[in-house]
Design a protein around this ligand. Sequence first.
Ligand SMILES: CC(=O)SCCNC(=O)CCNC(=O)[C@H](O)C(C)(C)COP(=O)(O)OP(=O)(O)OC[C@H]1O[C@@H](n2cnc3c(N)ncnc32)[C@H](O)[C@@H]1OP(=O)(O)O
Ligand SMILES: CC(C)C(=O)C(=O)O
Ligand SMILES: [Mg+2]
Length: 522
Amino acid sequence: MRKIDIFDTTLRDGEQSAGVNLHFNEKVEIAYQLERYGVNVLEAGYPASSEGDFRAVQYIARTIKGCSVTGLARSVQSDIDAAWEALKDGVDPRLHVFIATSPIHMQYKLKMSEEELIETAVSAVKYAKRFFPKVQWSAEDATRSDWDFLVEIITKVIDAGACVINLPDTVGYMHPEEYGSLFRYIREHVPNIDRVKLSAHCHDDLGMAVANSLAAIENGVEQIEGTINGIGERAGNAALEEIGVALYTRRDHYQAETSLDLSQTIRTSQLVSKLTGMPVPPNKAVVGANAFAHESGIHQDGVLKNKLTYEIIEPELVGLSSNRMVLGKHSGRHAFREKCKEMGLQLSEEAFQNLFKAFKDLTAKKKEVTEDDILTLLMNTNVQAKEERYELQFLQVAYGSTVVPTTTVGIKLPSGEVVQESATGKGSVESLYNAIQRVLDSEVKLLDYRIQSTTSGIDSLAEVYVKVNYHGQTSSGRGIEHDVLEASAKAYLDAVNRILFKEQYMQVQNKQSEEIKGVKAL
Ligand SMILES: CC(=O)SCCNC(=O)CCNC(=O)[C@H](O)C(C)(C)COP(=O)(O)OP(=O)(O)OC[C@H]1O[C@@H](n2cnc3c(N)ncnc32)[C@H](O)[C@@H]1OP(=O)(O)O
Ligand SMILES: CC(C)C(=O)C(=O)O
Ligand SMILES: [Mg+2]
């Protein structure tokens, strides 16, 4: 297997994403995670660009020991000096120095002739070599440059001391076959190419960044540059997690491996998404929320029979505990039966078919059907265990900015008796829940409480969602009312009733199966 180095530029090119501005602590936290992920080179920033970036690069270079830390510099001495100051205390300091080589950049942006450009690039590398043991040189916009000009300048910067040559597809212009042949051409025509590693750096303007990176690997490249979640300038960079998983999954084809710890993939992706504020689309390869989710009946049936029918990547590989079966409009009986089994429901064939029908009806109104929804359906279709529940009869709240909130509730117990209790709390909802708690037979732990209005007008209803733990089980509950507190009370009791219902339902089922066993024994 060939070894491919992973050069991560999430903290430099990734941070160039419009709207992203990472603070010092956020950069450091991401750097630690990238080290755990197993990247070989970590581009921590652009030291000359700002005081903040300088401090972050310096801190990361001083503290990260598991990989080489680098920083970017233009081909100017002041950028290289700043980079050295920031990077010199690192374990393996290296500079990433660049200059654009395409006619359009040379003419309009840099205003340099080819001769001037070669002179500037060579001087920059030689200057950098006075300090840095390792210098990577990049030909910005290489993919729109003249190939023979590239051969000439690359030969000279290698002689000047560069040890890695990077040919970026800066504007995401190439297609895989073309990018692969550029590297082949350079390998075949640059006489001293054996002294360096070749590196690929792709952007995703035409959606081909990952494909181009893989084509580069097939054509002798030994280092791949990219970012986590593919963030970066414009449409972003090549997504490193996709490349890592592609190389692993298709190792039969690429015969190449990386040092990435792929089990850290999801964790790394989620951290970068959280700290940059850039959400990961659900359908994104490898790290999207749907990447391991199956919704349609035929797929779910196949996966239940053998995962390999529809899964080429094991979810455990990237750090997930399992795949996800989403019950929705397209699901069939096999997946639904499996879910009922998982929930411990013992249903007769007739009860199962009724429940499946109710489930299908519900999918017309709801995109994803949860376990709690299935329990509610069961409550509505099952009369045997339906009666035992707590019901709110009335509530009265005393609230004012200078008084302690106090609530009195009247609740009908499963026995039919109505009990009244009062309690205080720091706020009205707490006093309400404390009062309800006094009525219930055992402690309820509130795990989550959320409220939203159903529409935007003054006549909107309040929808309260809670998650509770009661009798050692967890359930959610919902309440919708004009009044927030009434909705809160109903949501709370709804969650408790769902747990009670499940207990009663299981009791009825167990009793029935005992009776059947008894009859068989006779
Ligand atoms: C493809 C890439 O991702 S390249 C990296 C992009 N990253 C960044 O730009 C990082 C953030 N940038 C910055 O903070 C600023 O642009 C700085 C500090 C780097 C420079 O700021 P300023 O000195 O104000 O220059 P400004 O950004 O306006 O213009 C860039 C200058 O650098 C020159 N330049 C651009 N690339 C290079 C290079 N590789 N080598 C030498 N000079 C270069 C430009 O021609 C221009 O020069 P001019 O002022 O003589 O016309
Ligand atoms: C600075 C270089 C490597 C770059 O980011 C690009 O060309 O895309
Ligand atoms: Mg780039």
